[in-house]
Ligand binder design. Structure first.
Ligand code: ADP
Ligand code: ADP
Length: 228
């Protein structure tokens, strides 16, 4: 099954910005990078693709279901570009709350299995020792790591990450790239919004360049570098 297919997704804002006629196909098992400068339209595209923002035109399928279908969310993990946690909660509590949002009952969110999964995703994102601390004691980078942990919690088939390392230093960015490679090795599919060429060079199997709301090129890094 193709993870994500979009056909002509378009959203135009008053100023003439947004996303124009975006058609992409994300195959399973790859790390796909959507690369573009700030304001290119990456977040707008992703929000349309997962049904958070209604397109002016275009359509698509997410995890085999029409975009916006509630069931397509089941296998999806999403890290928004901007997120805010209830900062009086601990990292573990945020994750438990998140599991509740994804349909787990109160009992299930408090089960030993969930506690173990929460420990796993905290460890995967480099927060292994901080799960009992309140989010208000986290740095911006740690909050971003917690967002990543939330996106991975339900063991999604497809992970869509909107600038997952924007608040991280070079070592943190390297760790995120390693995590993406680990997800790919587990057979997951990753869609990455980034403005960092180093990210797509280091880990992306396929990349699309977005500029001023339009796709400029799509292909493997090798194809794009030799395109002349
Ligand atoms: P990126 O994620 O690549 O930084 P965005 O998708 O956030 O880009 O934004 C693309 C363009 O659309 C920008 O020019 C931005 O200012 C504009 N834009 C995004 N959201 C809105 C909105 N809700 N209303 C008006 N303009 C918007
Ligand atoms: P923003 O700050 O960019 O508006 P939010 O944090 O409000 O983003 O989240 C936007 C939407 O994304 C919400 O409807 C929320 O349920 C959904 N969402 C947040 N985290 C995830 C996740 N890990 N997986 C799937 N959907 C998520």
């Amino acid at each position: 099954m193709t993870m994500l297919v979009t056909r002509g997704l378009t959203k135009t804002y008053a100023a003439g910005t947004g996303c124009l006629d975006i058609s992409l196909e994300i195959k399973p098992g790859q790390i796909f990078g959507l690369l573009g400068p700030n304001g290119a339209g990456k977040s707008t595209f992703v929000k349309m693709a997962i049904g958070l923002l209604r397109p002016d035109a275009g359509s698509g399928t997410l995890l085999g279901k029409p975009i916006g279908h509630p069931e397509s969310r089941r296998g999806l993990g999403y890290l928004p570009e901007l997120f805010r946690f209830q900062d009086w909660l601990t990292g573990e509590e945020v994750l438990r709350y998140h599991a509740g949002l994804y349909g787990k009952t109160l009992g299930e969110t408090r089960s030993p299995a969930m506690a173990s999964r929460i420990r796993d995703v905290l460890a995967m994102t480099g927060l292994g020792k901080r799960g009992q601390d309140r989010v208000r004691q986290y740095s911006k980078g740690m909050q971003q790591r917690l967002g990543l942990a939330c996106a991975l919690l339900m063991n999604p088939e497809l992970v869509i990450l909107d600038e997952p390392s924007s608040a991280l230093d070079p070592i943190g960015r390297y760790e995120v790239r390693q995590l993406l490679e680990r997800l790919r090795a587990e057979g997951k599919t990753v869609f990455l919004n980034t403005h960092l060429l180093e990210d797509v060079e280091a880990v992306c199997d396929e990349v699309a360049f977005l500029h001023l709301g339009r796709l400029r090129a799509v292909g493997t890094m090798r194809e794009l570098l030799h395109a002349g």
